[in-house]
Design a protein around this ligand. Structure first.
Ligand code: BEZ
Ligand code: FE
Length: 311
């Protein structure tokens, strides 16, 4: 029933807005819109939002929009630092089925990283980091090797910045695409990752400072691992020695993704073959993929953004 003009209460408004969306033809969109309105209105009523606070929220969102482009995504940063990205991740990857666990995509992936050979060096321009070799296999749930899996790898350089954050860095520095070999093995040459702060010169940084939070992410390397017939996994490996593992600014650490970086003082094995002078580190991590379910991935979403000229 339509509300009586002139008799508006706070609850009348909520009910009327819900009613206006109630005929949304797509059932999933209807469910999302009705829940969003109920929760949003309940939040505003619970905190008794002032007009000044409401306007401040509009300004913050406007600034986030102005700051976001193909190199900077302030809305993803908000989602990550509010823990929403990890809730979405956990809801969508619930089963402890033996496959490698996923974690946040983050705002710094770029399409079209260069293809690299087995043992290719993504960090050849990084002169200050300590060399590191990341090795392992891509396996199915039965432990059989997956041949020709694609590993899309990206990492911040030792300065703590991604190429897209630093105009002095060559585009695609610290990025590469690798293929697993006939035994499912991969080998990535890089530098030991460092912890770094997420961008804090925008509204997300202001929120962290105002709430007494730090902006640091523990040292990690990003991977999207995919193969025909398997569900891709978007994940990181984290350095087990990092001091921010328990307080990641974006809540993305999962125990199974923590990995030891072993220090070597003498060249041996792959390091010797690749001519890497000690000291250097090695880390081992096997990726395990489950059969494809047809679910959309964050990369699908990024391809859509790119098609709109924003990726
Ligand atoms: C990153 O690891 O690249 C990242 C993830 C979430 C927010 C900011 C940065
Ligand atoms: Fe990162």
């Amino acid at each position: 029933m339509a509300r009586q003009p002139g008799s508006t209460t706070e609850d009348d408004i909520t009910n009327e807005v819900v009613a206006r969306f109630a005929a949304t033809p797509d059932p999933r969109l209807r469910q999302i819109m009705l829940s969003l309105i109920r929760h949003l209105h309940a939040f505003v009523k619970e905190v008794e939002l002032t007009e000044a606070e409401w306007f401040s929220a509009i300004e913050i969102l406007t600034r986030a929009g102005h700051l976001s482009d193909d190199k900077r995504q302030e809305f993803i940063l908000f989602s990550d630092t509010l823990g929403v990205s990890m809730v979405v991740d956990l809801i969508n990857h619930r089963k402890p089925d033996g496959a490698t666990e996923s974690t946040v995509f983050g705002p710094f992936h770029r399409l079209n990283a260069p293809e690299m050979p087995y043992g290719g060096n993504i960090a050849h321009l990084d002169k200050t980091g300590t060399p590191a070799l990341i090795a392992g296999r891509v396996l199915d749930l039965d432990g059989r090797p997956i041949v020709g899996a694609l590993l899309d790898v990206w990492q911040a350089q030792t300065s703590g910045l991604y190429d897209s954050q630093d105009p002095n860095l060559a585009a695609m520095h610290m990025r590469g695409k690798f293929r697993s070999d006939a035994e499912g093995r991969y080998l990535v040459r890089t530098v030991r990752p460092v912890h770094y702060p997420i961008p804090s010169d925008g509204p997300v940084g202001a929120m962290l400072r105002a709430t007494g939070r730090h902006p640091w992410r523990p040292a990690h390397i990003h991977f999207v691992v995919s193969a025909e017939g398997y569900e891709p996994v978007t994940t990181h490996i984290f350095d087990s020695a990092d001091e921010y593992l328990a307080s990641d600014a974006v809540f993305a650490v999962k125990q199974s993704l923590i990995c030891d970086f072993e220090r070597h003082e003498a060249a041996e094995g792959a390091a010797l073959r690749l001519g890497i002078a000690p000291p250097y580190y090695t880390a081992r991590f096997d990726f395990c993929l489950k059969p494809a379910s047809g679910a959309a991935t964050v990369l699908d979403a990024q391809q859509r953004l790119a098609a709109l000229g924003a990726g």
